[in-house]
Design a protein around this ligand. Structure first.
Ligand code: SF4
Length: 210
C-alpha cells in the first residue's frame, strides 16, 4: 500500500492545477445543498442548478419542502431523472428534518445517514461543504482515479475512504475529493484518459491505459 508521502504528492499535484474548489451545486443553506446533492445522482450539476432555482423559489426550507404535494414535487424535479425516487426521498427527508431536527440539517454522520436518500458519500459532502467537518466523499471518479494511480486496489467506497483518512491530513479531505472529481471529469475520463495532459503522469501506475 502507498504511504502518506505518495498520497500527499497526488494531492499537491492536483492542487497546483485546480486549487481550492467550491461545491458546484448552488445553494444558500445546508438543507438546500442536501436537496441538490439528492437530485445530482446520475444527473449533471448544471441541470440540477437549473431545477433547484425553481424548486427553492417555491420551497427554500425543510418545512415548506415537506408541505409540497408529492405530484407537484415530482413535476418540479422531473428533468433530473429518477424523479419518483428522488421526490419521495426529498419529501421524506424534509419532513424528518422539519419534525426531528427543528428544520436544520443535522451535523453528524450518524444523523445524516438516517435521512432517506442520504448515504455515506452524500453525508461526507454535506459535512465538509456545509459545516467544515472533514469528510472524504468517494464517488465513481474518486474510485477510478485512486485505483488507476495505484494507491488503492478496491472498489469499496468505505475501504477507500478509510485508506484516504489514514494517509491524508483531515483538513485536506473535502478539497482532495473535489480535486479528484475535477480531474476525473476533465482529464482522467472513464473511457479514455488523456494521460499526455495529466499532471499525475509521472507518478501514475496506469498512465497510458485505454
Ligand atoms: S496518467 Fe492517465 S490514467 Fe493516470 S491519472 Fe493521469 S489520466 Fe488517469
Amino acid at each position: 500500500m502507498a504511504g502518506k508521502k505518495r498520497w500527499r504528492e497526488i494531492h499537491d499535484l492536483l492542487f497546483t492545477q485546480y486549487g481550492t474548489c467550491s461545491c458546484p451545486l448552488k445553494h444558500r443553506t445546508p438543507f438546500q445543498l442536501m436537496a441538490a446533492v439528492m437530485l445530482s445522482a446520475q444527473c449533471r450539476d448544471d441541470r440540477v442548478n437549473l431545477v433547484t432555482e425553481r424548486l427553492f423559489a417555491e420551497a427554500p426550507d425543510a418545512e415548506r419542502m415537506s408541505r409540497l404535494p408529492l405530484p407537484h414535487l415530482e413535476e418540479l424535479i422531473h428533468s433530473c431523472g429518477l424523479y419518483k425516487n428522488k421526490a419521495a426521498n426529498l419529501s421524506a427527508a424534509a419532513k424528518m428534518i422539519a419534525e426531528e431536527f427543528h428544520g436544520e440539517l443535522p451535523q453528524t454522520m450518524e444523523e445524516l445517514i438516517r435521512l432517506p436518500g442520504i448515504g455515506r458519500k452524500s453525508a461526507n459532502v454535506l459535512l465538509g461543504n456545509c459545516f467544515e467537518i472533514p469528510g472524504f466523499p468517494v464517488d465513481t471518479h474518486v474510485t477510478r482515479l485512486l485505483n488507476r494511480i495505484g494507491v488503492v486496489e478496491s472498489r469499496d467506497p468505505v475501504a477507500i475512504e478509510k485508506e484516504n483518512n489514514a494517509k491524508v491530513p483531515a483538513e485536506l479531505w473535502t478539497n482532495f475529493s473535489h480535486l479528484l472529481i475535477q480531474h476525473g471529469r476533465k482529464v482522467c475520463h472513464a473511457g479514455k484518459p488523456v494521460c499526455t495532459e495529466c499532471v499525475l503522469n509521472g507518478i501514475c501506475a496506469k498512465r497510458g491505459v485505454k
